[in-house]
Design a protein around this ligand. Structure first.
Ligand SMILES: C[S@@+](CC[C@H](N)C(=O)[O-])C[C@H]1O[C@@H](n2cnc3c(N)ncnc32)[C@H](O)[C@@H]1O
Length: 254
């Protein structure tokens, strides 16, 4: 009898496997120690079935967008950045800005609408497609589908501002020093790093992985950044109130 083929997902790593039985017996999963074991197990490479929880892979984020597991999405810019971009507040002079892990690009467009020359980067196809769909001539944004950690050298020292919101908490926490190096590389001398840090709630696991003020200050002050301002915003959206803090640093060159 030809081997019967069934496909199952081994949940410990979310990779699909093909299992082949010689006798067509029903699947018992997890496998019974008494038998009924498949005669052959082979990982399946099938892009439609491929799933991963690896935050370093665009596929994880693409699956989240596809399955509407994008609970981070506010559906518009955060009120905190709307306040910062108010011309009347004159807090920030428009300049060239890069937005890392931009998602659907609401914050990128908010700055662009207010005179900033914005580049928005995300490696997830759906995020980039959404940014194109939502783009408007009043808020022109250059959209790049790229892994932030491999951005080209041509962008080095190109930006007056780096904008961070919910990208730092999305990357593998082991890569945070690499992220701080990236911000340092992208900024011009005396450039500004705007970091709306979330979530500062000490949660376990992620994404989003917890961040802390101590860690952020250490990462950036160690690289010669000077803290210009630090606040616990009163205008955070209510579910994030108290769990996010705004840091504005300057890459300090004497
Ligand atoms: C939690 S979402 C936040 C999106 C957006 N900042 C927002 O607030 O709506 C994180 C985003 O970062 C992107 N991302 C994660 N790691 C990335 C990487 N290494 N390079 C580029 N984008 C990345 C994901 O695709 C996802 O769109």
């Amino acid at each position: 009898m030809p081997p019967k083929k069934r496909v199952v997902y081994l949940l410990h790593n979310c990779l699909p496997y093909e299992l082949f039985w010689s006798d067509g017996a029903s699947i018992s999963f997890p496998f019974s120690p008494k038998g009924n074991r498949p005669v052959r197990i082979k990982p399946t490479i099938n892009s439609k079935m491929y799933m991963t929880t690896d935050v370093n892979s665009p596929r994880k984020w693409e699956a989240d967008y596809e399955h509407k597991s994008d609970g981070w999405d506010l559906g518009g810019p955060t009120p905190i950045f709307k306040r910062l971009t108010l011309r009347s507040s004159r807090q920030l002079i428009p300049g060239r800005m890069i937005v890392l892990g931009a998602g659907r690009g609401y914050d990128a467009r908010e700055f662009a609408r207010n005179g900033f020359q914005v580049t928005a980067v995300d490696f997830a196809l759906q995020a980039v497609q959404e940014m194109h769909r939502l783009s408007s001539p009043e808020a022109p944004v250059e959209i790049l589908q790229h892994d932030i950690f491999t951005l080209p050298e041509t962008l080095t020292h190109s930006f007056d501002y780096v904008l961070e919101y919910t990208c730092f908490c999305a990357i593998d926490p082991k890569r945070r020093a690499e992220y701080a190096d990236l911000v340092t590389r992208l900024l011009k001398p005396n450039g500004i790093y705007i970091d709306l840090a979330f979530p500062l709630d000490g949660r376990r696991g992620g994404p989003p992985f917890a961040v802390s003020a101590v860690e952020i200050l250490d990462l950036f002050q160690k690289r010669g950044f000077k803290l210009l301002s630090h606040e616990v915003p009163a205008d955070s959206i209510s579910p994030r109130r108290g769990a996010e803090e705004l840091f504005i640093f300057q890459k300090w060159i004497d």
